[in-house]
Every structure is written in structure tokens, then in C-alpha cells.
Design a protein around this ligand. Structure first.
Ligand code: ATP
Ligand code: MG
Length: 324
């Protein structure tokens, strides 16, 4: 039986956060077995916010290295840079011609990022390029965090529209989101999601942060009024986010944690969470230090060659269906 295809991408737009890890990357590693797994450093997406080309160049390499260090195994997954496979951009153009402006106008990520000063056509058409990323591989499943639900809906709509207008080509991809950790919140503003591009770097824990940095960031994390450790997203978003992190990094249940820490002062509780995160990231740090830039270059070049061939096969069929 042919394995179902899994595809997902991550932008080299900043340091990779524990939000990225818990919302997406953990599932990426799990889906390597039993699926045809394809993962991509989506560097063209990262161009949609203002960037310094030299910093960007370094981040592309570091992002690939981080993926390998969290456990994306090039023997079991196809891993490559989006910009190495031209078909992404070509298919994005094809799909752009059947994308409705009304739908793009409703994208909340565009509004949020445009409000922060990144208004440009690339950012506006981000969901179309994302659809191309997924559809060029005819993916069945897309492991992402909750914030990508709206974009994935665009992908599904475009796949449906293409199929009905030009003939059956794309499976309709389904989102895979973890039950817990699908939306890790900012340490400084627990009603907003943690983001790698947050200007306040103390709001996010990066996988590459040192133990001291992690401890410092948790110390200054915003908690809530009151002094009970309870799970209540509405009224205690800060503590609830910390409980989610502790549960995810220790594998313990929320009930169990609340029973143990209910009466602990917030200042001490934050340090408990910090220690769990530090311990949880230790294997990552060891793996990360062992991967060289040359390793990354070699693996990414091999991945690009295989991905290009596969994507080109899809494109031949797409072009023909569209009358080329
Ligand atoms: P940016 O600010 O550049 O958009 P980001 O942190 O949102 O950065 P992306 O590269 O856009 O990172 O997303 C990579 C993956 O991480 C996506 O699957 C996304 O849904 C997931 N993700 C991003 N932030 C979170 C979060 N706070 N909690 C859970 N998953 C997240
Ligand atoms: Mg994002």
C-alpha cells in the first residue's frame, strides 16, 4: 500500500521557539514513521517580513540544523529549502489565478503582520504560496499549529477549485494539530501566541536558549492576579500557559500538576516550569552542537534534488491540465 504523504514547513524568520516545537515539530518527528514525510524550510515565506540578507542567510542554515537536532531524520524524511525547488513558486502563480481576493482579505495573519509594518504583496499572497507548498507534493496531512487553520482552509478550497475546474489532481489535505500545545502563548502577553518574530525576545523561549536565558525569561514571565495554580484559560491565561508547558515537557497530566502545585507561589512555580523546559531541551542541545554547517549543506542539497524531481512530476500534470 502506498504511504500517505505528510508535508509541513517552517520559516527561517527567527529563532525556533518552544511554540513551534510543541505545536508542529513534535508531530513532524512522530509522523516520520508510517508516512511519506516531507519537511521544508520555507525561506520564500520568510521574505514577507523585513529582513537583513546576511542574518537571513545564517537563519536558513540554523533552521535546517534545528530541524535535524529535534529529530527530523533525513533517512526517513525528505528535508529541503523551499527556494531550491522552483515548482513552489510556479504552482503559487497557477493557484493565484484561481484565488479569490475576498478570501485573502479575511486572513487574520495578514492583518496582524501588516499592522506591524510588513504590508507587501508577498505577505498578502502568503496563503497561496503555502497552498502550493502543500499541493505540489499532493500531501494528505499537514502537521501545523492552530494559527494555521485559516491558511489551510485556503489550501483546501484551492485544491477543490482546481480539481473541479481543471480535473482531479490534488487530494484535499487535512490538518494535524496536537491536542495540547497547538497554541503556546507569549510569556509576556499570555493572550497572544508565542512567535519567533516577536520584537520582545524575552516573550519567547528559543530552542537554542541557554539554561540561564530560559530561567531568566520564566522569572520575568507575566502571570495573573490571585495566587492559586489553577487551569483556567479565561481568567488565568498566564498560569494556564505555564501549566500546559509543564505538562508537555514532563508528560504529566494537568490534574496531577494542579494537585501538586496548587498552593505554590507563582514565583517558585515559574522556576519549576523553567527547570522542566531546561531538562526537556537538554538532548536537543547535545544534538544541535554535533551538527556542522557542512552536514546541513549536504543533506539539504540531496533533499532538494529528490524534492525537485517529485514536484516537477506534479507540475507536468498541472501544466497539461491548465492548457500548457
Ligand atoms: P512568525 O512570527 O515568523 O510567523 P512563527 O513562530 O509563527 O513565526 P512559523 O514559521 O510561522 O513560526 O510557523 C511554524 C509552525 O509553528 C507552524 O506550524 C505554526 O502553526 C507553528 N506555531 C507557530 N507559533 C506557534 C505557537 N505559539 N504554538 C503552537 N504552534 C505554533
Ligand atoms: Mg507564523
Amino acid at each position: 500500500m502506498q504511504l500517505k504523504t505528510v508535508f509541513s514547513g517552517i520559516q527561517p524568520s527567527g529563532g525556533i521557539t518552544i511554540g513551534n516545537y510543541l505545536g508542529a515539530l513534535r508531530n513532524w518527528t512522530r509522523l516520520q514513521d508510517g508516512y511519506d514525510a516531507i519537511y521544508c524550510v520555507v525561506d520564500h515565506h520568510a521574505q514577507t517580513v523585513e529582513y537583513d540578507p546576511r542574518v537571513f542567510h545564517r537563519r536558513r542554515i540554523d533552521t535546517a540544523k534545528i530541524l535535524m537536532a529535534v529529530g527530523i531524520d533525513p533517512k526517513r524524511s525528505l528535508l529541503y529549502y523551499q527556494s531550491d525547488v522552483r515548482a513552489h513558486v510556479e504552482l503559487a502563480w497557477m493557484l493565484a489565478t484561481i484565488t479569490s481576493l475576498g478570501q485573502l482579505n479575511r486572513m487574520t495573519q495578514f492583518k496582524e503582520k501588516a499592522d506591524k509594518g510588513s504590508e507587501n504583496l508577498g505577505l498578502y499572497s502568503y496563503p497561496v504560496l503555502m497552498a502550493a507548498d502543500i499541493l505540489v507534493h499532493k500531501a494528505h496531512y499537514v502537521p501545523v499549529g492552530e494559527d494555521q487553520t485559516q491558511h489551510l482552509e485556503v489550501t483546501r478550497d484551492l485544491a477543490q477549485r482546481f480539481n473541479s475546474r481543471f480535473g482531479e489532481e490534488f487530494p484535499i489535505p487535512e490538518q494535524i494539530t496536537p491536542e495540547r500545545g497547538a497554541r503556546i502563548m507569549s510569556l509576556k502577553s499570555p493572550t497572544d501566541k508565542m512567535s519567533k518574530t516577536d520584537e520582545d525576545t524575552s516573550a519567547s523561549i528559543f530552542l537554542t536558549d541557554t539554561p540561564d536565558e530560559i530561567r531568566q525569561k520564566f522569572k520575568t514571565a507575566v502571570t495573573d492576579s490571585g495566587h492559586e495554580v489553577v487551569y483556567d484559560r479565561e481568567n488565568k491565561p498566564g498560569i494556564t500557559n505555564l501549566l500546559d508547558l509543564l505538562a508537555l515537557f514532563t508528560g504529566r497530566s494537568i490534574d496531577d500538576l494542579v494537585a501538586e502545585y496548587h498552593d505554590m507561589q507563582y514565583g517558585y512555580f515559574k522556576l519549576v516550569v523553567a527547570d522542566a523546559v531546561i531538562e526537556g531541551l537538554a538532548p536537543f542541545h547535545t544534538a544541535y552542537a554535533a551538527i556542522s554547517d557542512d552536514d546541513v549543506r549536504g543533506i539539504m542539497a540531496k533533499g532538494a534534488a529528490v524534492a525537485s524531481e517529485r514536484a516537477e512530476e506534479s507540475m507536468r500534470s498541472v501544466r497539461e491540465k491548465m492548457g500548457f
